[in-house]
Design a protein around this ligand. Structure first.
Ligand code: ADP
Length: 394
């Protein structure tokens, strides 16, 4: 059975076509600069990469081209072959605790959550509507980034703020990157061969979050009401003392909107290093002993370690710590810094394994006598979407 996994952004659309239940990726690609000048798309078919320029005034145009490419590359002989289309939807509020079939009610809810995820949910909805129009026979499934974290207890997701803000306006911790945390924690429990286990997942990408998972259920996570909370990120601040905002507004005359942009786009590693939000650029400067690049790394590592320590205690110990996403999968330097700080818990790193496991390789980077098994597990959010979609399409 063929199933599409889709991630629609405001000007981009990523997809993967799967043969299920084998989970074989037949074709994948990304449409970029939708609605902008210079739009193009890239496809990957059996290891071969193709890039084409094409006008893409809307997401619907991208979907129309995608269908043509699927047919002309003989991935499908007719549209009827695509049984299900799964969409990544960033925000499912408190309502959605798992993936679901998209109905009129779900479409309305995704729209209702626009104020909670103004950059993401509108684009996700446009993507869904474009596929509904162009491939009407397939079922559509919504896979929410917030759903995995819905098992958090009230005492973990509430803020100590007026209770009516929670009741009336939905102010609470939601958590994000849910499909990644779910994929990685499941995989770790498979590798440990232990279903009942305490796992700490460090999703360290451009955006980053740490989560505590007990028996495959999320207990706590570092992102909050928005994806700006938690650890230091590429260009996001992570946790701060909120009182800095009124103070800076008074000092500079900047508006709350301007500060929101600064906190999201001009903070984090970018702000401290003064170089870039990309860890590769910063690591290059560390090699040259650049003080601010080194400082940025310390801030980042401190924030990750403090969440691991917190979750170690919240879980009452940990069987595994997992590193995933761009930095977690590819930076032995960052993993080394984090694991060294955890030596007080009895964590011991296997240096060779740590250097070896990069660029999509999965495995253990701790020594056999380490108190906690440390894994590198490349994340796969797309396959989580495909699996859930397949379940509804069977
Ligand atoms: P997101 O999905 O949040 O955009 P990714 O998980 O794709 O982020 O991670 C992207 C980040 O991973 C890049 O910004 C870069 O900082 C980091 N990264 C990628 N490759 C490497 C590497 N070889 N060494 C260090 N950092 C890397």
């Amino acid at each position: 059975m063929k199933v599409l996994s889709v991630n629609a952004g405001s000007s981009s659309l990523k997809f993967q076509l799967y043969e299920m239940p084998e989970e074989n990726v037949l074709m994948k690609g990304v449409f970029e600069r939708i609605g902008l000048e210079g739009s193009f798309y890239t496809l990957k078919i059996q290891g071969e990469k193709i890039k084409k320029e094409a006008p893409l005034p809307s997401h619907e145009d991208a979907v129309a081209i995608l269908i043509q490419e699927l047919l002309s590359n003989q991935m499908i002989s007719s549209l009827e072959e695509i049984k299900g289309i799964g969409h990544r939807v960033v925000h499912g509020g408190s309502k959605y605790k798992g993936s679901c079939l998209i109905t009129e009610e779900v479409l309305k809810d995704i729209e209702e959550f626009f104020p909670l995820a103004p950059l993401h949910n509108p684009a996700n909805l446009i993507g869904i509507q474009a596929f509904m129009k162009n491939i009407p026979n397939a079922i559509e499934v919504a896979c929410f980034d917030t759903a995995f974290h819905q098992t958090m207890e009230e005492e973990r997701f509430l803020y100590a703020l007026p209770y009516e803000w929670y009741e009336k306006y939905g102010v609470r911790k939601y958590g994000f990157h849910g499909m990644s945390h779910q994929y990685v924690s499941r995989r770790a429990s498979e590798l440990l061969d232990k279903k009942f286990s305490n796992i700490i997942v460090c999703h360290l990408g451009n955006g980053g979050s740490v989560s505590a998972v007990r028996d495959l259920k999320c207990v706590d996570t570092s992102m909050g009401f928005t994806p700006n909370a938690g650890i230091v990120m590429g260009s996001r601040s992570g946790d701060i003392d909120y009182s800095i905002l009124p103070y800076i507004m008074k000092q500079t005359g900047k508006s709350i909107e301007e500060l929101d942009t600064i906190l999201n786009k001009q903070s984090g590693m970018y702000a401290i290093s003064g170089i870039s939000s990309d860890f590769r650029d910063i690591e290059e400067k560390i090699a040259e002993k650049d003080r601010r690049a080194i400082m940025a790394h310390y801030l980042f590592v401190n924030s990750v370690v403090s969440y691991i320590a917190k979750y170690y205690v919240e879980l009452g110990g940990a069987d595994a710590i997992c590193f995933t996403a761009g930095v977690g999968e590819n930076s032995p330097h960052v993993r080394n810094m984090i694991m060294k700080r955890l030596s007080c818990l009895g964590v011991k790193m296997d240096r060779d394994k740590n250097e070896e496991l990069r660029f999509g390789k999965e495995g253990v980077i701790s020594t056999p006598d380490s108190s906690i098994t440390c894994f590198v597990i490349p994340t796969d959010e797309e396959v989580m979407i495909a699996r859930d979609t397949y379940e509804f399409s069977k």
